[in-house]
Design a binder for this molecule. Structure first.
Ligand SMILES: *Cc1c(COP(=O)(O)O)cnc(C)c1O
Length: 376
């Protein structure tokens, strides 16, 4: 037998209720909410589904705003809860406007629930939540926001924007774990959920179980064994954002998006930002459109053959022939990573026969855009 060295992730002192509650409070502060938060012990799709199933019931009319793939998923859950679903979509090349939402609310006065995604990592766009929140609040519907890809990357003002159910996960801009996620629940939302006899109970999808067994008891006794490693990692992710400064973390993400957009425009070769307007571009990922007869999949394959370390990937499904995604969240919201991604894309474009600008020109354009955006 070899000597038994204790693996670092095992045999830790138990995570007590007090510590669990303190981690929740740190996350709530990051989300800018004073409402209650529920930590769910799973990836962010768990609280997203829990919020919908808790607040929506047969007879609800829900407005589902589809600006990327998650909206499609939400539509399915809303329908399976028996809601009538009104869909407002924006092309993945832009954002939805508050005017479009106001129009839908006017046309369907019975809408009592609105589902919205903030930043879309898969399609690279971001939606104007402050303006949309004001319109939804005036109408009186509950607003649920998927802020998984925006928390830490761009301002997220849950209470100020009137978001009733806000869901975050740690795995994007927070550079944290994917295995625990948090939903904030406003007092209005709790009222609706408590009155919904279809809301899940004695279920892993139940917000009410956590309220009754954890929050209402003053958060002194955990109802289940906590996902300790994930909770500790979540705390470290929030603490690290505090050390760097939230503004600095957001500036890195903003700068990365600006640099990729400017670098791709300088590069040429038929590649262009998929999201047309800079203000609609998400700070976590930049999507690119391959034009001029090139195939996005071939460009990605050649780029990754040149440098397998860059966070460049092809799009899923029907968009695969034309869309490339450059991720720049978390530790990838970094100048060197962005420049390496642009260099690999240049190699990929040359491999499919496109004519592109020289590396110095691209690096200069990207660097200038990085500096300008970081200084904003
Ligand atoms: C990443 C992300 C999630 C989490 O889902 P995964 O499929 O695990 O990545 C949810 N919503 C949005 C908008 C995201 O970008």
């Amino acid at each position: 037998m070899t000597a038994n060295t204790a693996p670092a992730l095992l045999d830790l002192a138990p995570l007590g209720a007090g510590h669990f509650a303190r981690i929740e409070d740190k996350v709530a502060a990051l989300m800018r909410t004073r409402e209650t938060v529920v930590t769910m012990q799973g990836e962010a799709l768990l609280p997203l589904e829990a919020c919908i199933r808790s607040a929506v019931r047969p007879g609800s009319t829900a407005l589902n705003v589809v600006t990327g793939p998650y909206g499609e998923t939400f539509g399915g859950w809303l329908r399976s809860c028996g809601a009538e679903v009104i869909t407002v979509s924006a092309p993945f090349s832009g954002a939805v406007s508050a005017g479009q939402i106001a129009e839908a609310l006017r046309a369907h006065p019975g809408i009592d629930f609105v589902c919205l995604v903030h930043a879309e990592a898969a399609t690279g766009n971001t939606n104007p939540v402050a303006e949309i929140g004001a319109v939804v609040r005036e109408h009186g519907a509950l607003l649920m926001l998927d802020a998984v890809a925006s928390v830490g990357a761009e301002p997220l003002l849950t209470d100020e924007w009137g978001v009733d159910l806000c869901v975050i996960g740690g795995q994007k801009a927070m550079a944290g774990p994917a295995g625990v996620s948090v939903a904030s629940v406003s007092a209005r939302a709790w009222e609706r959920i408590a009155a919904n006899e279809h809301a899940p109970r004695r279920s892993y999808l139940s917000l009410l179980d956590w309220k009754e067994r954890w929050i209402d008891g003053g958060r002194t006794a955990l109802p289940h064994a906590p996902a300790q490693l994930e909770m500790l990692a979540l705390e470290q992710a929030v603490d690290r954002i505090g050390t760097e400064g939230l503004d600095a973390v957001m500036a890195r993400h903003r700068a990365a998006a600006a640099a990729v957009r400017a670098g791709v425009r300088a590069l040429g070769g038929g590649l262009e930002p998929y999201v047309v307007r800079d203000e609609d571009a998400a700070p976590v990922a930049t999507t690119l459109r391959a034009t001029g007869g090139t195939d996005a999949r071939e460009i990605v394959a050649a780029a990754l053959a040149a440098d397998a370390s860059v966070p460049v990937q092809g799009a899923a499904g029907a968009l695969a022939p034309e869309m490339i995604r450059v991720n720049h969240y978390g530790t990838a919201a970094d100048r060197d990573v962005v420049l390496a991604s642009l260099a690999a894309l240049g190699t990929g474009l040359r491999a499919v026969g496109a004519t592109v600008a020289g590396a110095d020109e691209v690096t200069a354009a990207a660097g200038k855009a990085w500096d300008a955006a970081a200084a904003q």
